[in-house]
Write a protein that binds this ligand. Structure first.
Ligand code: ADP
Length: 212
Protein backbone atom coordinates (compact mmCIF):
# COMPACT_ATOMS: atom_id res chain seq x y z
CA UNK A 1 0.00 0.00 0.00
CA UNK A 2 1.27 3.41 -0.92
CA UNK A 3 -0.24 6.65 0.32
CA UNK A 4 -1.38 9.33 -2.10
CA UNK A 5 0.11 12.83 -1.92
CA UNK A 6 -3.08 14.08 -0.28
CA UNK A 7 -3.04 11.31 2.33
CA UNK A 8 0.59 12.18 3.12
CA UNK A 9 -0.42 15.84 3.58
CA UNK A 10 -3.28 14.85 5.87
CA UNK A 11 -0.89 12.79 8.00
CA UNK A 12 1.47 15.79 8.26
CA UNK A 13 -1.35 18.11 9.30
CA UNK A 14 -2.68 15.73 11.94
CA UNK A 15 0.83 15.04 13.21
CA UNK A 16 1.43 18.77 13.74
CA UNK A 17 -2.00 19.97 14.78
CA UNK A 18 -3.96 16.96 16.07
CA UNK A 19 -6.38 16.42 17.58
CA UNK A 20 -8.06 18.15 14.70
CA UNK A 21 -11.52 17.86 13.13
CA UNK A 22 -12.27 16.77 9.57
CA UNK A 23 -13.55 20.24 8.80
CA UNK A 24 -10.31 21.85 9.91
CA UNK A 25 -8.26 19.42 7.82
CA UNK A 26 -10.48 20.15 4.78
CA UNK A 27 -9.95 23.87 5.37
CA UNK A 28 -6.15 23.51 5.52
CA UNK A 29 -6.19 21.62 2.22
CA UNK A 30 -8.80 23.92 0.64
CA UNK A 31 -11.08 21.06 -0.29
CA UNK A 32 -14.54 20.14 0.92
CA UNK A 33 -15.11 17.66 3.73
CA UNK A 34 -16.89 15.09 1.52
CA UNK A 35 -13.83 14.80 -0.73
CA UNK A 36 -11.76 14.04 2.32
CA UNK A 37 -14.00 11.24 3.60
CA UNK A 38 -12.42 8.28 1.76
CA UNK A 39 -8.89 9.40 2.67
CA UNK A 40 -9.82 9.65 6.33
CA UNK A 41 -11.44 6.20 6.17
CA UNK A 42 -8.24 4.70 4.68
CA UNK A 43 -5.92 6.40 7.17
CA UNK A 44 -7.97 5.27 10.17
CA UNK A 45 -8.56 1.77 8.78
CA UNK A 46 -4.82 1.19 8.38
CA UNK A 47 -4.28 2.42 11.92
CA UNK A 48 -2.23 5.49 10.96
CA UNK A 49 -4.75 7.87 12.51
CA UNK A 50 -7.12 7.53 15.45
CA UNK A 51 -10.55 9.18 15.49
CA UNK A 52 -12.70 10.08 18.46
CA UNK A 53 -16.13 11.75 18.34
CA UNK A 54 -16.09 15.38 19.51
CA UNK A 55 -12.28 15.29 19.66
CA UNK A 56 -11.27 14.69 16.07
CA UNK A 57 -8.38 12.91 14.42
CA UNK A 58 -5.08 12.23 16.12
CA UNK A 59 -1.79 10.75 14.97
CA UNK A 60 -0.99 7.26 16.23
CA UNK A 61 2.71 7.39 15.48
CA UNK A 62 2.77 4.12 13.55
CA UNK A 63 4.57 3.78 10.28
CA UNK A 64 3.40 1.64 7.36
CA UNK A 65 6.29 -0.76 7.95
CA UNK A 66 5.26 -1.09 11.56
CA UNK A 67 1.72 -1.99 10.51
CA UNK A 68 2.97 -4.63 8.05
CA UNK A 69 5.23 -6.03 10.79
CA UNK A 70 2.29 -6.22 13.22
CA UNK A 71 0.27 -8.15 10.64
CA UNK A 72 3.10 -10.67 10.12
CA UNK A 73 3.41 -11.22 13.84
CA UNK A 74 -0.36 -11.71 14.13
CA UNK A 75 -0.60 -14.58 11.63
CA UNK A 76 0.11 -17.86 13.37
CA UNK A 77 1.89 -20.92 11.99
CA UNK A 78 -1.25 -22.99 12.65
CA UNK A 79 -3.18 -20.89 10.12
CA UNK A 80 -0.87 -21.56 7.17
CA UNK A 81 0.84 -24.88 7.91
CA UNK A 82 0.59 -27.69 5.36
CA UNK A 83 0.17 -31.37 6.07
CA UNK A 84 3.45 -33.03 7.07
CA UNK A 85 5.09 -35.47 4.69
CA UNK A 86 6.64 -38.06 6.97
CA UNK A 87 8.61 -41.27 6.69
CA UNK A 88 9.19 -43.90 9.35
CA UNK A 89 12.58 -44.13 11.02
CA UNK A 90 12.50 -47.82 10.06
CA UNK A 91 12.59 -47.10 6.33
CA UNK A 92 15.52 -47.07 3.93
CA UNK A 93 17.15 -44.32 1.93
CA UNK A 94 15.69 -45.81 -1.27
CA UNK A 95 12.15 -45.40 0.20
CA UNK A 96 12.95 -41.80 1.09
CA UNK A 97 14.03 -40.99 -2.49
CA UNK A 98 10.83 -42.55 -3.87
CA UNK A 99 8.67 -40.74 -1.31
CA UNK A 100 10.28 -37.41 -2.09
CA UNK A 101 9.42 -37.82 -5.78
CA UNK A 102 5.89 -39.13 -5.21
CA UNK A 103 4.99 -36.41 -2.69
CA UNK A 104 6.83 -33.71 -4.64
CA UNK A 105 8.52 -32.20 -1.57
CA UNK A 106 12.08 -31.17 -0.78
CA UNK A 107 12.16 -32.24 2.86
CA UNK A 108 10.91 -35.39 4.59
CA UNK A 109 10.18 -35.50 8.30
CA UNK A 110 11.29 -38.72 9.97
CA UNK A 111 9.03 -40.03 12.71
CA UNK A 112 9.22 -42.88 15.17
CA UNK A 113 6.20 -44.68 16.64
CA UNK A 114 3.14 -42.51 17.45
CA UNK A 115 4.25 -39.87 14.95
CA UNK A 116 6.93 -38.44 17.23
CA UNK A 117 9.63 -36.35 15.58
CA UNK A 118 12.94 -38.12 15.14
CA UNK A 119 14.71 -36.35 12.28
CA UNK A 120 14.68 -34.55 8.95
CA UNK A 121 16.02 -35.52 5.52
CA UNK A 122 16.63 -32.94 2.82
CA UNK A 123 17.19 -33.26 -0.93
CA UNK A 124 20.92 -32.79 -0.55
CA UNK A 125 21.18 -35.36 2.26
CA UNK A 126 19.79 -37.88 -0.23
CA UNK A 127 21.93 -36.71 -3.14
CA UNK A 128 25.07 -36.93 -1.04
CA UNK A 129 24.18 -40.42 0.14
CA UNK A 130 23.34 -41.74 -3.30
CA UNK A 131 26.72 -40.53 -4.57
CA UNK A 132 28.68 -42.32 -1.86
CA UNK A 133 26.61 -45.37 -0.92
CA UNK A 134 26.25 -48.27 -3.34
CA UNK A 135 23.25 -49.89 -1.68
CA UNK A 136 20.62 -47.37 -0.64
CA UNK A 137 18.01 -50.15 -0.41
CA UNK A 138 19.79 -51.46 2.68
CA UNK A 139 20.84 -48.17 4.26
CA UNK A 140 18.43 -47.00 7.01
CA UNK A 141 17.30 -43.34 6.85
CA UNK A 142 18.21 -43.01 10.52
CA UNK A 143 21.90 -43.22 9.52
CA UNK A 144 21.82 -40.18 7.23
CA UNK A 145 19.11 -37.92 8.70
CA UNK A 146 19.69 -34.83 10.80
CA UNK A 147 18.37 -35.99 14.15
CA UNK A 148 16.88 -34.79 17.39
CA UNK A 149 17.76 -32.79 19.41
CA UNK A 150 19.21 -30.79 16.51
CA UNK A 151 15.93 -30.28 14.67
CA UNK A 152 14.67 -26.73 14.33
CA UNK A 153 10.90 -26.72 14.75
CA UNK A 154 8.00 -24.42 15.35
CA UNK A 155 4.73 -24.59 17.29
CA UNK A 156 1.30 -23.73 15.84
CA UNK A 157 0.81 -20.74 18.15
CA UNK A 158 4.09 -19.14 17.10
CA UNK A 159 4.04 -16.44 14.43
CA UNK A 160 4.82 -17.02 10.75
CA UNK A 161 7.39 -14.27 11.09
CA UNK A 162 9.27 -16.35 13.67
CA UNK A 163 9.05 -19.41 11.41
CA UNK A 164 10.45 -17.43 8.47
CA UNK A 165 13.22 -16.07 10.67
CA UNK A 166 14.21 -19.61 11.71
CA UNK A 167 14.30 -20.74 8.07
CA UNK A 168 16.64 -17.87 7.23
CA UNK A 169 18.89 -18.05 10.29
CA UNK A 170 19.43 -21.80 10.04
CA UNK A 171 19.57 -21.81 6.21
CA UNK A 172 17.02 -24.60 5.86
CA UNK A 173 13.95 -25.10 3.66
CA UNK A 174 11.41 -26.54 6.07
CA UNK A 175 10.36 -26.72 9.71
CA UNK A 176 8.25 -29.45 11.30
CA UNK A 177 5.25 -27.98 13.14
CA UNK A 178 5.03 -29.81 16.44
CA UNK A 179 3.07 -30.13 19.63
CA UNK A 180 4.92 -31.07 22.77
CA UNK A 181 3.71 -34.34 24.36
CA UNK A 182 4.83 -36.53 27.23
CA UNK A 183 5.96 -39.84 25.75
CA UNK A 184 5.60 -43.26 27.40
CA UNK A 185 8.85 -43.19 29.37
CA UNK A 186 7.94 -39.76 30.79
CA UNK A 187 10.38 -38.01 28.45
CA UNK A 188 9.24 -35.06 26.40
CA UNK A 189 8.45 -35.80 22.75
CA UNK A 190 7.19 -33.78 19.81
CA UNK A 191 4.16 -34.89 17.82
CA UNK A 192 4.42 -33.78 14.19
CA UNK A 193 1.24 -31.96 13.14
CA UNK A 194 2.37 -30.05 10.05
CA UNK A 195 5.18 -28.37 8.20
CA UNK A 196 6.15 -24.87 7.20
CA UNK A 197 8.33 -24.45 4.14
CA UNK A 198 9.72 -21.60 2.12
CA UNK A 199 6.75 -22.19 -0.19
CA UNK A 200 4.25 -21.69 2.66
CA UNK A 201 5.83 -18.32 3.41
CA UNK A 202 5.95 -17.32 -0.27
CA UNK A 203 2.30 -18.29 -0.73
CA UNK A 204 1.28 -16.14 2.25
CA UNK A 205 3.33 -13.26 0.87
CA UNK A 206 1.48 -13.50 -2.45
CA UNK A 207 -1.93 -13.74 -0.73
CA UNK A 208 -1.22 -10.69 1.41
CA UNK A 209 -0.14 -8.82 -1.70
CA UNK A 210 -3.42 -9.65 -3.42
CA UNK A 211 -5.39 -8.03 -0.58
CA UNK A 212 -4.23 -4.54 -1.41
P1 ADP B 1 18.97 -28.87 1.01
O1 ADP B 1 19.88 -29.88 1.64
O2 ADP B 1 18.12 -29.45 -0.08
O3 ADP B 1 19.67 -27.59 0.64
P2 ADP B 1 18.06 -27.72 3.50
O4 ADP B 1 18.80 -26.44 3.28
O5 ADP B 1 16.67 -27.65 4.08
O6 ADP B 1 17.88 -28.50 2.13
O7 ADP B 1 18.93 -28.66 4.43
C1 ADP B 1 20.28 -28.44 4.76
C2 ADP B 1 20.68 -29.37 5.90
O8 ADP B 1 19.95 -29.02 7.07
C3 ADP B 1 20.40 -30.85 5.64
O9 ADP B 1 21.47 -31.62 6.11
C4 ADP B 1 19.14 -31.15 6.43
O10 ADP B 1 19.11 -32.46 6.97
C5 ADP B 1 19.21 -30.14 7.56
N1 ADP B 1 17.85 -29.65 7.93
C6 ADP B 1 16.82 -29.38 7.11
N2 ADP B 1 15.75 -28.95 7.82
C7 ADP B 1 16.11 -28.95 9.11
C8 ADP B 1 15.47 -28.60 10.34
N3 ADP B 1 14.19 -28.19 10.38
N4 ADP B 1 16.17 -28.71 11.49
C9 ADP B 1 17.45 -29.12 11.48
N5 ADP B 1 18.11 -29.46 10.36
C10 ADP B 1 17.47 -29.38 9.20
Amino acid sequence: MELTKRQESILEIVKKEGPITGEQIAERLSINKATLRSDMAILTMFGLLGARPRVGYFYLGRTLNRIIAEKLHQIKVGEIKSIPVVISDQSYVYDAVVKMFIEDVGTLIVVKEKGLLEGVISRKDLLKTTLSSPDIQKLPVSVIMTRMPNIIMVEPEESVWLAAKRLIIHEIDALPVVRSVASANGKKGFEVIGRITKTSITRLFVELGEES
